[in-house]
Design a protein around this ligand. Sequence first.
Ligand code: SDX
Length: 432
Amino acid sequence: MHEVKEVSKVEITYEGKTLTYPVIEGSEGERAINMGSLRKDTKLISYDPGFGNTGSCISDVTFIDGEAGILRYRGYPIDDLANNCTFIEVAYLLINGELPTQEELTDFSRILNRKSLIHEDMRNFFRNYPEHAHPMAILSAMAVSLSSFYPELDRPAEEEVNVAAARLLSKLRTLAALSYKQSIGHPHVYPSSKLTYVENFLNMLFYTPVANYEVDPVTVRAMNKLLILHADHEQNCSTSAVRLVGSSGANLYASVAAGICALWGPLHGGANQAVIEMLEQIHREGLTIDQCIARAKDKNDPFRLMGFGHRVYKSYDPRAKIAKKACEDVLETMGIQDELLDIAVQLEERALNDEYFKERNLYPNVDYYTGITLRAMGFPTDMFTVIFAIGRLPGWIAHWLEQRADKDQRIGRPRQVYTGPTKRKILPIDQR
Ligand code: SDX
């Protein structure tokens, strides 16, 4: 794959010279100007803060049409995957490019199970974190520390990719569960060879010696769906961080650890935690829906409608629809009436009919409903972004591998427009 075709040209006239640049087109009709020689030709660079108009790579992994609200992993629509596959099938698809056969899935699952333990010495790391250390801080540190225990996975050879990916997928899930147990002072729970990937995750999170935890199929199904919804999203902030760090030749763990840190921000993966904190604030302070909408629109008010808006989706995030349905199913099955869900639904209805939000194409994104579901499942809010990271891991691995194999990729090194002081002399300190 990785095919682009030249479909047109763009002319730039600058200082009396006219230069021509090719326009390339991908498999879904997306077009880009190939500006690879711009600076050499003109001494000009492009200036595009936030990279909203800049393509960093050519990729076969995920396609998003933000205007139409389309999301496909390797050509499969997100709702088809969420309703028909397990998270591990989708992880295999993202990393290998095809859904697994039964034999391939059995082999992959066998490796996941075999590699689910972490080195016993790594447990000692957990014991030295301060109480209630944020699990994302622990997870990122543990991710990069894996390279000290499993150096053979730093730069997996082609034939070992599935083993390396399965080991990282399995160990990071175990580490995420241990981070949670450590943060609440509970004994660590070991993975079991009798449970599937998600069943193991839930069991390691919620089993305690004094309250036997029964993994229920509704929660397993909902967690599979949530992880699938988060599995990839083309060149988002954290995936771009993974690619940028990986472009220097850094190993897979270091690149993933950078992705975890980027995801932590409240404007990105941390938004699911920020949505619940916003809904709890509204409930605690008794804010009316009108007050919330007015504050969200007030530039002088830091209050934002968290879980709303998206750099790419200028229509309803297709994942938000699926997440909302999964949320309603989980709450109904558990017999939970969550007033935060009521507030979220009312807020959504008002915002979708408000000119300010409509003019700016602000719709609920993937984070708007996932936090309510995770809360119903028993997760504390500071674990929400950890769940997002476990979901996004196969996407990060797929992009790191794709970049490593891309012959056109070089170390990422953007330019800048300098506006600091021009050349000046140093004065002796007694004259400054
Ligand atoms: C994720 O990139 C990805 O793919 C990310 C992600 C993934 O799967 O990897 O989809 C996951 O990160 C989802 C987004 C989660 N973040 C939030 O929910 C935080 C709240 N949303 C915003 O902070 C914002 O919408 C962003 C960060 C998501 C997008 O920011 P942009 O594209 O830079 O848009 P912007 O900030 O320039 O906003 C455009 C306008 C501004 O108003 P004006 O200056 O035009 O008057 O819309 C306003 C913004 O003030 N606006 C909001 C708003 N989001 C944007 N106003 C109120 N509430 C909001 N949530």
